[in-house]
Write a protein that binds this ligand. Structure first.
Ligand code: FAD
Ligand code: UQ1
Length: 469
C-alpha cells in the first residue's frame, strides 16, 4: 500500500474536478481541443452522408435553450416549459433513451435489468418543450447561440448547460476493444454494464480487479460499490475462496470524506479485500488477460496483474464541445459557474447544472437535485432582471451499496462535511438505506426529479432534525 501526503481538500478537489492543471499538462489538451474544433467546424458543413447539409442555414430562436436532456436538463426543461409555455423552451439532446444511471450499479450486480434503467427520451422530455434531436458541436456565447452537428444555429435569451461528463475509455490502451473479451466489464456504460454480471457468473478462480481513474468521475462511490456486491455474489455462489479481490485507485484515500472512509476501511478489512492506493489502470491486455497499473507516486513502477475479472471505471472529462469553448470554461474545461448561484461567471444569461460544471462537489444525481432548486430560482430571477440570490451549499450524496441488502448512505457538502438527512449514524451499513436506494430512488427520479418537483432532501432533513440542521 502506498501512503501519500495529500490532504482532504486536495482529494476532494480532485474528485470534484476542481483542481488546476499547469501549463505543461494543459498543452496536449489545448492541441487536442484545437484539432477537435477543426473537426467540429467541418461537421457543420458536411452532412452524415458526406453531401453538403441543406440545413446549414436553419436558424431557430428560443427564450430558453437547455443543452442536454439528462437528469439536470430534463428537470430544467420540465419546470420552464410549464412556466413559459409551448414554443419558448428547446432541449437539444441526441440520445433516443434516457437512462437512470444510478441503477447500473444494481444492473451490474444482477438486482435490476438494464431495460428497467432506460425510458424513451420522447417520454421523459416535457411535451411543451421542443426537442431538437441533435448534438451541440459549438457554443458561441458572445452571439447567444449554439450550433448543432447538422448545422442548425439555435439562438437563446437564456442558456442552461447540462451536458453531463464524458467517458474516455479510449484513454486506456486496449480499450474499448477488450470489452469484447471475457472478464472485462464496466458499470459506467449501457454498452458494457451487462458484462459485469456475466463476468461474475463465469468467474472460476483468480484476481477480480476494480479500478478508479486519475480524473474526476461521476458517483465516486460506484467503482467500489460493485466490488462489494461482487464479493457478496462470489460468497453466495461458493467461489469467494477462489477469488482475490483487489481495488486499484488513483486516489490516496478509499473515499474523500473521512467519516465514510473509516467505515469503508472496516468493510474491506472484514471482507479480505486488498486496497492499492495511488495506482492507475493504463492498459488492458486481453490476450494474456493482464491489466497494467501505474504507481502514481513512482511513475516508472508499472504493475502487470493477471485478471479473471476486471471492472473498469473510465477516465472522464468535460464534454469536448464545452471544453473547446474557452469563454465558457475554467482551466480544467468545466463550465465556469459561481459555485453558489450556478450562474456563469461572465455570461449572466448562462447557467449550469450537474456533472459538466465547475462546482466543487462530488458529481451525483443527488447533487443535481440540490442544484436544481437553487438554479431554477436564480434563473427565474435573472429572467425578471434581478440578480441571483439563492445559494447552493454543495449537497451531494452517494449511497454506498455494500451488498445485496446493505448500504452506507454518504451525504455531505462542498466542504467535505457530512450533511445527513436522517438522525442516525449513516456511516453504518443498513438495510433501510439499501431499500431507499433500490426501491424508492427510482420512483423519486422518474416521477419527481425529471418533472421538476424534487430538489433534494433539504426539507426532509430539517424535519428529521426538528429544524436544527
Ligand atoms: P447526465 O444525466 O449524464 O445527462 C447528460 C445529457 O447530455 C445526456 O442525456 C447526454 O446524451 C447529453 N449530451 C451529451 N453530449 C451532448 C451534446 N454534445 N449535445 C447535446 N446533448 C449532449 N448519482 C446519485 O445521486 N446516486 C447514485 O447512486 C449514483 N450512482 C451512479 C452509478 C453509476 C454507475 C453511474 C454511471 C452514475 C451514478 N450516479 C449516481 C451519477 C448520476 O447518474 C449523474 O451524476 C447524473 O446523471 C448527472 O446528471 P447530468 O444532468 O449532469 O448529466
Ligand atoms: C437523491 O436526491 C438522489 O437524486 C434523485 C439520488 O440519486 C438517485 C440519490 O441516490 C440520493 C441518495 C438522493 C438523496 C435522497 C434522500 C431521500 C436522502
Amino acid at each position: 500500500m502506498v501512503y501519500t501526503t495529500w490532504n482532504a481538500t486536495e482529494v476532494f478537489n480532485h474528485i470534484a474536478g476542481n483542481e488546476t492543471l499547469d501549463e505543461e499538462s494543459l498543452q496536449p489538451l489545448k492541441m487536442m481541443a484545437h484539432k477537435r474544433l477543426l473537426l467540429a467546424c467541418g461537421s457543420r458543413l458536411v452532412s452524415q452522408n458526406g453531401s453538403f447539409s441543406t440545413s446549414a442555414m436553419a436558424h431557430k430562436s428560443y427564450k430558453l435553450v437547455v443543452v442536454g436532456g439528462g437528469a439536470g436538463g430534463c428537470a430544467t426543461a420540465a419546470k420552464f416549459s410549464s412556466k413559459l409555455g409551448a414554443g419558448n423552451v428547446a432541449v437539444i439532446e441526441p440520445a433516443d433513451t434516457h437512462y437512470y444511471q444510478p441503477m447500473w450499479t444494481l444492473v451490474g450486480g444482477g438486482m435490476k435489468r438494464l431495460e428497467e434503467s432506460g425510458r424513451p427520451m420522447s417520454q421523459v422530455l416535457p411535451k411543451k418543450a421542443d426537442w431538437i434531436k441533435q448534438r451541440v458541436v459549438t457554443f458561441d456565447p458572445h452571439k447567444n447561440k449554439v450550433i448543432t452537428q447538422d448545422g442548425q444555429e439555435i439562438s437563446y435569451e437564456f442558456l442552461v448547460v447540462a451536458l453531463g461528463i464524458q467517458l474516455n475509455y479510449n484513454q486506456i490502451k486496449g480499450l474499448p476493444d477488450a470489452f469484447e473479451t471475457p472478464g472485462v466489464c464496466s458499470n459506467y456504460s449501457p454498452l458494457y454494464v451487462t458484462k459485469t454480471l456475466e463476468s461474475l457468473k463465469n468467474f472460476k478462480e483468480g484476481n477480480a480487479l476494480f479500478s478508479f481513474p486519475n480524473t474526476p468521475v461521476k458517483c465516486a462511490g460506484a467503482p467500489q460499490k460493485i466490488m462489494y456486491i461482487s464479493d457478496q455474489y462470489l460468497r453466495k455462489h461458493g467461489k469467494r475462496d477462489k477469488a482475490n479481490i483487489q481495488y486499484f485507485t488513483s486516489l490516496p484515500v478509499i473515499f474523500g470524506i473521512k467519516k465514510y472512509a473509516d467505515a469503508l476501511w472496516e468493510v474491506v478489512k472484514e471482507r479480505n479485500i486488498t486496497v492499492n492506493l495511488r495506482h492507475n489502470l493504463i492498459e488492458v491486455k486481453p490476450d494474456s488477460r493482464e491489466a497494467v497499473f501505474q504507481n502514481l507516486e513512482n511513475p516508472d513502477d508499472l504493475k502487470t496483474i493477471k485478471y479473471e475479472m476486471l471492472h473498469v471505471t473510465p477516465p472522464m472529462s468535460s464534454p469536448d464541445p464545452l471544453r473547446q469553448c474557452a469563454a465558457l470554461t475554467n482551466e480544467t474545461g468545466y463550465l465556469n459557474v459561481n459555485k453558489h448561484t450556478l450562474q456563469h461567471v461572465t455570461f449572466p444569461n448562462v447557467f449550469g447544472i450537474g456533472d459538466c460544471t465547475s462546482v466543487p462537489t462530488s458529481k451525483t444525481a443527488a447533487a443535481v437535485a440540490g442544484q436544481f432548486g437553487v438554479m431554477q430560482r436564480n434563473l427565474r430571477l435573472a429572467m425578471g432582471g434581478t440578480s441571483p440570490k439563492h445559494q447552493y451549499d454543495g449537497y451531494t450524496s452517494c449511497p454506498l451499496v455494500t451488498g445485496y441488502s446493505k448500504c452506507i448512505l454518504a451525504e455531505f457538502d462542498m466542504d467535505g462535511n457530512p450533511l445527513e438527512t436522517f438522525p442516525i449514524n449513516q456511516a453504518k451499513e443498513r438495510r433501510t438505506m439499501f431499500h431507499l436506494k433500490k426501491d424508492m430512488m427510482p420512483t423519486m427520479y422518474w416521477n419527481g426529479m425529471l418533472k421538476g418537483y424534487w430538489e433534494g432532501p433539504k426539507y426532509l432533513r430539517k424535519l428529521m432534525h426538528l429544524g436544527m440542521k
